[in-house]
Design a protein around this ligand. Structure first.
Ligand code: CA
Length: 245
């Protein structure tokens, strides 16, 4: 498999620290975005622990070339381990009490994509000029929308958009969203924190992907546009283009 990938993070225009973390491992086909929350810099501790724990936990399975079914359960196990690691770190330090993080993990192996996800960071797929959100938002508003209790217009206007129904470090047990689907040459995956998607809608993002086919140019273009739109939160963007299967 041949990939072109790029990732970057930005503190945004209003925050005093960056609580997002991300990881790109092209060799292993492993890509992670985590958006931390909690006072006293605890958010960045939570997102860092979560990213590190997933990488360390998945490494042995990836090196042993496990079958996809095993990898999906390995991915679930890695996310549960991240949950435990963040929870126990919070117990050891009172300043870290209540810290948590979103976690979105994409694993690309032998023509397949595996997604493990908790929270409201997002993964999109850009395929044949169509942008599709593949992760679901674990937020109160998204849940009300899924249940048909509010309209999409009401969801957009709701001030409750950021209430998470579950997060790493604060939910036990986790209801991890796991998906597996085949890759196609030319697929482009976007992993991002909500600092991007709160500032740019799907049409804005699609236009930027259309105008900037190269991930190395497109990542800064997405971040610049979100900063121009207000940059109210930390922003993290990873782009992965499947050049060849
Ligand atoms: Ca955020």
């Amino acid at each position: 498999m041949k990939l072109t990938t790029w990732g970057q993070t930005d503190i945004g225009r209003l925050r005093s620290s960056n609580e997002d973390n991300f990881s790109i491992d092209r060799e292993l086909g492993l890509f992670i975005v985590a958006d931390g929350m909690g006072g006293h810099a605890a958010g960045e501790v939570a997102s860092e622990i979560a990213v590190k724990t997933v990488c360390e936990s998945l490494l042995p399975a990836l090196k042993q070339n496990l079958l996809h079914q095993d990898l999906l359960s390995g991915l679930k196990e890695a996310i549960n381990q991240a949950n435990q690691a963040v929870t126990s770190a919070a117990k050891e330090n009172s300043a870290w009490q209540g810290m948590g993080t979103t976690l979105t993990v994409l694993l690309l192996q032998d023509g397949q994509a595996l997604l493990g996800h908790v929270g409201d960071s997002r993964m999109y797929r850009w395929r044949t000029e169509h942008l599709e959100q593949l992760s679901e938002d674990h937020t109160l508003v998204a849940e009300q929308l899924r249940q048909g209790r509010i309209s999409s217009g009401e969801a957009g206007r709701s001030g409750l958009g950021h209430i998470l129904l579950q997060a790493i470090g604060v939910s036990e047990p986790l209801d991890i969203c796991l998906q597996q689907f085949p890759l196609a040459a030319g697929d482009l995956f976007l992993l991002c924190s909500d600092g991007l998607t709160d500032m740019l809608n799907t049409a804005d993002i699609a236009q930027l992907l259309r105008d900037n086919p190269d991930p190395e140019q497109c990542c800064p273009a997405l971040i610049d546009q979100a900063l121009k739109a207000g940059g109210k939160d930390n922003l993290t963007v990873i782009l992965i283009r499947i050049d060849e299967l």
